[in-house]
Design a protein around this ligand. Structure first.
Ligand SMILES: Cc1cc2nc3c(=O)[nH]c(=O)nc-3n(C[C@H](O)[C@H](O)[C@H](O)COP(=O)(O)OP(=O)(O)OC[C@H]3O[C@@H](n4cnc5c(N)ncnc54)[C@H](O)[C@@H]3O)c2cc1C
Ligand code: FES
Ligand code: FES
Length: 496
């Protein structure tokens, strides 16, 4: 049985850190800069957008140590317990990393403020090339840099530096850091302890088993749950909220599993978007495309499926797609487990069907019935932007006639919602553009969207109709040519 350990620990570069007294809510960025004097990591926006604070987080995954770029500005320190953290200083000791050398040579260090974050994102890709099969094409580099926003000069010299640097071997000192990470994290994984700070007033707990989690939830039903903290981190940095008690879900083994049966893929609520990418892309290629448009690599390395659903955001990107696929939600609380259709979870704006002391345990996504599934996200920027509208469509056809329909939209109402009138209007029609007018008319009964900073009500309604048209054209083989197919998106349009 796992036992509570009151001291926080992590491997910072090659140094083991142990802290008896620590503030679990302090951000990793503040800890690095203020407590450790590692000021190479910068603060730009403090909300996960600009990437100036990017560091590498090394975690054990499938018996391997994987480094991922994360935004230190929104990560509470307690959530990096038992991981390895690498900053730009560690890459440069004793000699600069190839990325640093090539950035200097190609004049890729521009305003300078963003440079450490850019270096860390490229170093993460360098490490990833070692374990994953990457072709270092422009698309891969764009994706790696999508979470590092440059507004001064552009990406040309940075891309040149990346191409030069990533063709070189990983330097010895970085290999040594990795070897030490494998050894130390392996040792920690075997001691079967979990972090739980002492004290009555403020508790930060990171249970590693579901049994331990439910016990804690019974004792502290009002505790703030944190998974990837890509939402909660902003409540700390931007709204200056403090929580009496925090329970971190990201170490609970049962919440981090992906299990495939003949009927469904079961994804634990604490699985990150990065970890779910392969299985979801395999299920439906459009889901992979959607996930690549979700935030940035830094955000996807932290954000979880459970968090994206639990926050009930009307512009959350996964919910429309998962609803159209017929996903179910498995909740666990003081009264046991219950299962519901995902769409039933969203009651109203800011109101989800989640009782006090209850968590999302798992999301089940059917493996069949999505031959005609498609989804599209429409946002002002290609990367690192929240949807104005996200539409997901899944029709069942018999000889070209629509026999049933699941259609869901984000950005069209106070919650992500099924377009029931539109679905009803389509059933019995031919699956081609002749279904557009009745379908689009019904959409106006389904939704009365609002105007806000992202889009006007009119724009949203037109976009929903446009996505329906695109869907009908796609499944009937009459899709219009795209201006920018995903594979050809130029780097400057991705960011500027
Ligand atoms: C820069 C940036 C870009 C973003 N881009 C996108 C985007 O493109 N698309 C998009 O949809 N979202 C986006 N987001 C929003 C956010 O990243 C996602 O909603 C993310 O999936 C939230 O997951 P998390 O694990 O980080 O949640 P957290 O911040 O940890 O938690 C969010 C809420 O969910 C609750 N919660 C978490 N897990 C559970 C659980 N298992 N059971 C019950 N409650 C739980 C928490 O208590 C909290 O109330 C972005 C955020 C940032 C900062
Ligand atoms: S400071 Fe901008 S992403 Fe962290
Ligand atoms: S490198 Fe910082 S804004 Fe361009």
């Amino acid at each position: 049985m796992a036992t509570a350990r009151p001291a926080f620990r992590c491997l910072l570069g090659d140094q083991e850190i142990a802290l008896d007294a620590f503030d679990g809510q302090q951000t990793l960025l503040d800890f690095l800069r203020l407590n450790r004097g590692l000021t190479g990591t910068k603060e730009g926006c403090a909300e996960g957008d600009c990437g100036a604070c990017t560091v590498l987080l090394g975690r054990s995954e499938n018996n391997q140590l994987r480094y991922q770029p994360v935004n230190a500005c929104i990560i509470p320190l307690g959530t990096v317990d038992s991981t390895q953290v690498l900053t730009v200083e560690h890459l440069a000791d004793p000699q600069p990393h190839p990325v640093q050398i090539e950035m200097a040579k190609a004049h890729g260090s521009q305003c300078g403020f963003c440079t450490p974050g850019i270096v860390m994102s490229l170093a993460a890709l360098h490490y990833a090339c070692d374990t994953d099969n990457f072709s270092l094409d422009r698309e891969t580099l764009n994706d790696a840099l999508a979470g590092n926003l440059c507004r001064c000069t552009g990406y040309g010299p940075i891309i040149t530096a990346a191409q030069q640097a990533l063709a070189q071997p990983i330097p010895d000192h970085c290999r040594s850091l990795q070897a030490l990470g494998i050894e130390t994290l392996g040792k920690w994984a075997n001691d079967d302890t979990y972090l739980q700070t002492k004290g009555v007033a403020n508790i930060f707990a990171a249970p590693t088993r579901l049994a331990g989690l439910t016990e804690l939830m019974r004792a502290l039903p009002q505790a703030q749950l944190i998974a990837g903290a890509t939402d909660v981190g902003l409540w700390i940095t931007k709204q200056h909220q403090r929580f009496d008690h925090i329970i971190y879900l990201g170490q609970v083994a049962e919440l981090k599993r992906i299990h495939r049966t003949d009927q469904e893929v079961q994804i634990g609520a604490a699985v990150t978007l990065a970890q779910s990418l392969e299985v979801l892309e395999d299920l439906a290629p459009d889901l992979g495309t959607l996930l690549h448009r979700f935030g940035s690599r830094q955000v996807r390395a932290q954000a979880t499926l459970g968090g994206n659903i639990a926050n009930g955001s009307p512009i959350g990107d996964l919910a429309p797609a998962l609803i159209a696929l017929g996903a179910t939600l498995h909740l666990l609380g003081p009264n046991g487990e219950r299962t519901m259709a995902l769409e039933d979870f969203f009651i109203d704006y800011g109101n989800q069907d989640l009782a006090t002391g209850e968590i999302i345990r798992m999301i089940g996504v059917p493996t069949q019935g999505h031959e005609y599934f498609h989804c599209w996200k429409v946002s002002k920027r290609f990367d690192q932007d929240i949807s104005a509208v996200c539409g997901a469509f899944n029709l069942q056809l018999d000889n070209g006639t629509i026999t049933s329909a699941r259609i869901a939209f984000g950005g069209m109402a106070g919650t992500v919602q099924r377009a029931r009138q539109c679905e009803n209007a389509l059933v019995g029609k031919s699956a081609d553009c002749s279904a557009l007018d009745p379908g689009a008319k019904a959409l106006q009964q389904d939704f009365a969207p609002i105007t806000d900073a992202r889009a006007s009500a009119d724009y949203r309604m037109h976009t929903a109709r446009g996505l329906l048209e695109r869907y009908l054209r796609t499944i009937s083989g009459k899709a219009p040519d795209l201006l920018y197919p995903a594979s050809a998106t130029p780097v400057l349009s991705a960011h500027g």
